[in-house]
Structures are given as C-alpha cells and as structure tokens.
Design a protein around this ligand. Sequence first.
Ligand SMILES: Nc1ncnc2c1ncn2[C@@H]1O[C@H](COP(=O)(O)OP(=O)(O)O)[C@@H](O)[C@H]1O
Ligand SMILES: [Mg+2]
Length: 265
Amino acid sequence: MKHLIDIKGVRHAYQTDAGPLQVLDGLEISVPEGGFVAVVGPSGCGKSTLTRLIAGLMKPDEGEVWLHGERVTGPRSTVGMAFQNPVLLEWRTILQNVLLPMEIVRSTLSKKQAEERARFLLSLVGLEGFEDKRPSELSGGMRQRASLCRALIHQPDVLILDEPFGALDAFTREDLWMIMHEVKAREPFTGVLITHDLRESIFLADQVVVLSGRPARTQYVLEVPRPGKPTLDDLYTGKASEQLGILRHQIEIAQGRAPTEKAST
Ligand SMILES: Nc1ncnc2c1ncn2[C@@H]1O[C@H](COP(=O)(O)OP(=O)(O)O)[C@@H](O)[C@H]1O
Ligand SMILES: [Mg+2]
C-alpha cells in the first residue's frame, strides 16, 4: 500500500547539560494517504519530538522520515499543525488569524480565494458569524476550532494535532471530536493525532500507535476499523471497551508497570 507518511527506524537524542538524552529509539510508523493515526504514550516519551520530525523542524540522528515519497530534510509547508494552546494573535480577528499561514507559505490560492476558503472552514467547524471577533471573545473550544481552520487553510497534505483537545472540558472535547469527523469527511488530509485520551484515540483514528516509555519505540499498533458514520454511542459498545482494555494494558507496559491482574471492565 502507498504510504503518505513513513517513519523508519528513527532515533533521536537531545544534547543536554547532563549529557545526551535519548528520546526516540526505533520508531516505525506508516500512515496511508487519507489515514488518521493516533499516537499515545507516557508523558515525556517523545511524542512532540515526533511531530517536529514529521514537520521537518528537526532532523533525526538516525532513520528516515518520508512524506509523499520524499525524504524530509527541512521544514515542510505541506504540513499543518495545531497544539493544545491555540496561540491565536489577539490583535487579529478570527478570520485574519485563520489566514495567517497564507502570508508565510507559497500557495496557488489568490487572496480572495484564500478568504473564501477561510470562511468555508470556519462555517465547517460552526464558527460562522465569528469571523470578525477577537480570540478573547471566543470560548476555549471555539478558539481551538479556529486554530484547526488555521492549520488547514493552506490545504496541507498532513495535519498534525498535538494534544489539541487536552485542555478542554469533557463535553466540549466530544463536540470537537464530532467536528473533526465532519472536517475529515469534507477536507482530505492525512492526520497524526497526539493524545493521552484513549477514548479520543479510538474515536478519531483508524490506527493507534502506542509508544514505549523514553526512549520511545513503536510498542504496539491497534487497527480500528471504521464502518459507517461515527456516533458517540460507538464509545459504549463491547468493541470499544475491548479496544480500550487493550490500549490501557499497553500503556501500563509502556509505563513499566504491567498489571499483575487484568482490569475486568
Ligand atoms: N529541546 C530540548 N532539549 C532537551 N530536552 C528536550 C527538548 N525537547 C524535549 N526535551 C525532552 O525530551 C523528552 C521528550 O519530550 P517531548 O517530545 O516533548 O515528549 P512528550 O511530547 O511525549 O511529552 C522530555 O524528557 C523532554 O523534557
Ligand atoms: Mg508533548
């Protein structure tokens, strides 16, 4: 199968005052075009480091990162990123914030087309009517939706989301999950979602990669079949509880505390 993202044998260490800190040690991740992979793993194991390597903001010490059949050797404008903190600029309106990447990356869209696209994306995430508001006038969930539009404005091949819903309350987070599915149905992209929410991982992704504790390697890969249109009820089925049980067990192994007795939920 053709892979849009291919991460092969990636190893990386940071140089610190206390000597080298080995962060990644044998990462293998392959995502087909249009696929959506969730990456879960213990805090500090190297997940954000992985996103910087995919975006070409850093080079791995060893191994290779490929996007679209090209080896990544520097920053890529075909990547869109969103983070836990939406980092919107307060002196710009929501529409101007969404358009920001268009001032930086090369694009085939004219100014007018870009603005039309920004308005379309904002309506897709339910922010129609908020185009001229300032970030502080929006709730946390709305700001995160605007930051998602900004990450998509330049039609990136790859959308990287680093714990984007981590700071939101549970209900707002579930709204955002449904919005993500709608966006995914309308806007073709290949996604990488970093999360520590296992329910989020199985609800959004079609493949969940569990990383081991630092130095991280690919410890386990769970395929999540996606028949039909997702609803939040999918999270309360026997299948979901089985998938969550598997992932929970893998996380315990990754944290170096494999359970002596298996949880019986
Ligand atoms: N620029 C850096 N220099 C030195 N150490 C770093 C740097 N960035 C991250 N680290 C360390 O590398 C480890 C992995 O970081 P990170 O990729 O942010 O982990 P995660 O996102 O999984 O929590 C952590 O221990 C972190 O403190
Ligand atoms: Mg991180």
